[in-house]
Design a protein around this ligand. Sequence first.
Ligand code: UD1
Length: 416
Amino acid sequence: MDKFLINGGKSLHGEVVVPRAKNSYLAILSACVLCKGTVTLKECPKFVDIEKMLKILSSLGCEIKKIDRDVVIDCNNISNYNVAKELAKEVRSSIFLLGPIIARLKRAKVSYPGGCDIGLRPIDLHLKGLRTLNVNIDEKFGYIECKTDCLKGQNIHLDYPSVGATENIMMASVYAKGITRIFNPAKEPEIVDLQNFINSMGGKIFGAGSDVIEIVGVDSLHSTTYTPMPDRIIAGTYLIACAGCTGDILIKNVVPCHIASLTTKLRDSGFELIENDDSIRLVSRGKGNSFGKIDTMPYPGFPTDLQPQALVLQTISKGICIVTENLFETRFKHVPELIKMGADIKVKDRSAIVTGINNLYGAEVCATDLRAGASLVIAGLMAKGQTIISDIHNIDRGYENLEDVFKSLGADIKRI
Ligand code: UD1
């Protein structure tokens, strides 16, 4: 089992290029199932979750080729509608395949998904949406089995703007008869990216990013070449790391408005940020003020996927910060690890009260999930002394050789 060994306390200087977005890639890979042709996706990052999703597509009958950094997916001959349990339990986004498989083959069988253990993560909204589109669903022996004779466009109101449910319903309704409207959909940039991808194959989806998404059913989708959006969570991770370690970094391949909820707080805390169309430079000369409050919310609110990293920065900021996690019940697993490093944090229900201290101190800690793991890397980089992080396979799910990125910026970190 690999571990990270970090000798903290180094400032970060230099340039980094942000890879394409994991969450966009995962939804878009699912949507490839809809295409009766060949899809070329540019600049595919080597995240473990993406590799696992490609394995699932392959098991369904898609032919997959890697050409340099691109991935070419031929879904012409897809015939298997069954996502095997051992594959589905490896990656949460296997559930995104329900919609496209049922749309393409009129049958789908997917086992309950795995993924990060950050809370209950129900899928009731996915299933309710599919049922409204005339899908018959049977849940037994750990599998969700779907059948339909004809998908029918409908108006669907989501009780909560779930990212996954919005994506599943969008993909399921691409071939439905008539028009589907999703009210109160998720507005995340990844939803807009999925719309743009499907439309590049001849789909007719309108309104992603707004209060209503309209999907006009079409008969078929054709081949395409597409470049998914940059990863806003990775961009945010780099910015927070530099803010906490001091230094001066330029982040390239980022859409600044995608992380305005973070950059506004960083600026208000005293860090210098210079934004261009597709880059952000951050200069950190010392400790910043506390963010005061972090409330995770659906986009464009503060992203839950940046909560652990932002919380780490609060541990050494001036003042007190109250961090409230509104999306996932058990997303404070980094807190006990940070307390081992000397942090002053008290958790009550869904809130963590973080009081800034002078320094964190290196310790042996465990990356319990993807973003908690990334937050511990930042903590190790900021801390005095040596930090050893175990279970870093969780970090590799959504970061590609994170140690090399930070090494290139001057950090002392290695994989052992
Ligand atoms: C996606 C992202 C994940 C991110 C999350 C929120 C991917 C692969 N993952 O996850 O990184 O943290 O969005 O931005 O894109 N809910 C229900 N019923 C449902 C579905 C969701 O109650 O049927 C609730 C969840 O418990 C949670 C909230 O809705 O409290 C948000 O979940 P959702 O937006 O669905 O997240 P995911 O799509 O799982």
